[in-house]
Design a protein around this ligand. Structure first.
Ligand code: SAM
Ligand code: SF4
Ligand code: F3S
Length: 435
């Protein structure tokens, strides 16, 4: 009888990509997907540790599911790596699988069933080769969008961040393998890809491979790939050449995600970000100059230890000056083992959330103003899904990755459509189709 699996994914795009790898591996081992967690024999939680809230959400779900007997509960990903055998000891997981080994989850489940071994948390390079091999596996996934991980891990050690501890050191995949893989995806019908890494601009720093902008250029030349996104960039390593490659290749998205974190140089230094706000402003000027029409989004943290009201106001000032299209805003969450964990928090919980709300309100107005500026423009939209509200409308993203709703049907999904922007409702553009 076939065994059913169900995967629940938390956290960033890396984890989404890892869940796809796990699915492929499970299916190779004869497992079939369950429609819902209640119908599964094996439930896998692919977890995130970046903030306390992310862990608590996953733990609450795991407790809920664990109560139902007879299922194998596997906790994979970053929280598995961080809390490891504690999850087994607390009766929350039957097995734990760290990010190095999650792509071979099918094999690990067999090992668990036959030998009872429960913890797979190695950060030894020997156990990483499954990921390298995975890139070469011929897939049969006809999706028009695919994730392409180009680096794994991170060595930047931003003072607040747990990622280097749970994901391990920077490992770049080989540029030749990546380009070959993108060719395979294009042959399978992929039109849009997203290159993934914690700091894509560091690609090749560990291996001596070509720099990121050359990789981007090589990927852009693969026939059939019509839109290329890349996440995440780091201001300290972002090079002018990357902007020139974007300018010269119309299939690279002009939506750049460049986390600023704080507008105060004192806080940026305490965070170990290794750039100043002036450097960031210079990068924005270069984007204006080289790209002209582009979108910029960012990540911001409020309430980092030592952040004064004046520091916070510098973040607000930067947000007003740069006019981000979008910002992911977070309240600082202390993570055990990081450098900032030893620093005393200097503001109350209430003050932290008051600052967060103030920042969100400022950004919301700016996001809306940026969307209003798109009205009457002609854009290329990639249709992603049916609209949730109407059977006669579809939703997707413009080339600047703004959300857009337009008339259409199921056949448009995965297609590029020429549209004219008519209006903004909430944080969504509404458009009509043009020839
Ligand atoms: N590698 C990317 C970078 O350098 O920005 C993304 C890292 S993390 C997965 C995504 C975002 O979470 C970060 O940019 C940061 O704003 C936020 N973050 C990370 N650790 C945090 C913490 N301890 N508390 C609050 N926010 C945090
Ligand atoms: Fe974390 Fe900094 Fe690495 Fe991003 S660059 S993953 S914020 S340590
Ligand atoms: Fe991503 Fe969370 Fe891990 S943000 S890298 S899943 S800690």
């Amino acid at each position: 009888m076939s065994k059913h699996y169900y995967i629940e994914t938390f956290g960033c795009q890396m984890n989404k990509n890892d869940s796809e790898l796990m699915e492929e591996n499970l299916q190779r081992y004869g497992y079939v997907p369950a429609q819902a967690e209640k119908d599964a024999d094996i439930v896998i939680f692919n977890t995130c540790s970046v903030r306390n809230h992310a862990e608590n959400r996953a733990l609450a779900r795991i407790r809920q599911v664990k109560k139902r007997t007879g299922k194998i509960i596997a906790v994979a990903g970053c929280m598995a790596q961080r809390l490891g055998e504690r999850l087994i000891a607390q009766g929350l997981a039957d097995m734990v699988i760290g990010p190095y080994q999650s792509p071979i989850v099918g094999e690990l489940i067999e090992i668990y069933i036959s030998s009872g071994k429960r913890a797979f948390l190695s950060q030894n390079l020997r156990d990483f080769h499954h990921r390298l091999q995975n890139l070469l596996v011929q897939r049969n996934n006809a999706s028009w969008h695919r994730w392409v991980t180009i680096t794994h891990g991170c060595e930047n050690f931003c003072a607040y961040c747990v990622v280097p501890y749970v994901r391990g050191r920077l490992i770049s995949f080989s540029s030749r393998t990546i380009v070959e893989y993108v060719r395979t995806l294009a042959a399978q019908g992929a039109k849009e890809i997203t290159l993934l890494g914690q700091n894509v601009n560091q690609f090749g720093h560990d291996s001596g491979d070509i720099p990121f902008h050359s990789l981007l250029e090589n990927v852009a030349k693969v026939p059939g790939i019509q839109k290329i996104n890349f996440l995440t960039s780091h201001p300290k390593d972002f090079r002018r050449e990357t902007l020139e490659v974007i300018r010269d290749n119309p299939n690279i998205s002009r939506a750049i995600h460049l986390p600023l974190q704080s507008g105060s140089n004192d806080i940026l230094r305490a965070m170990n970000r290794q750039y100043t706000i002036e450097h960031y402003y210079r990068l924005i000027e270069e984007m204006e100059h080289i790209l002209g029409d582009y979108a910029i989004s960012t990540d911001l943290i409020v309430g980092f230890p030592g952040e004064s009201r004046a520091d916070f106001e510098k973040t607000i000032e930067a947000v007003r000056r740069i006019c981000f299209d979008d910002a992911f805003t977070y309240a600082y969450s202390p993570r055990e083992g990081t450098a900032a964990y030893a620093m005393a928090e200097t503001i109350s919980k209430e003050e932290k959330s008051a600052r967060l709300n103030e920042l969100i309100a400022v950004q919301r107005e700016i996001s809306r103003m940026k969307l209003q500026k798109r009205i009457n423009r002609n854009e290329n939209a990639l249709v992603e899904a049916m609209s949730k509200k109407s059977q006669k409308e579809v939703m997707g993203k413009t080339f600047l990755n703004h959300p857009v709703v337009l008339p259409g049907g199921r056949d448009d999904i995965g297609q590029f459509v020429r549209v004219k922007i008519l209006k903004v409702v909430g944080n969504t553009l509404y458009a009509e189709r043009i020839a």
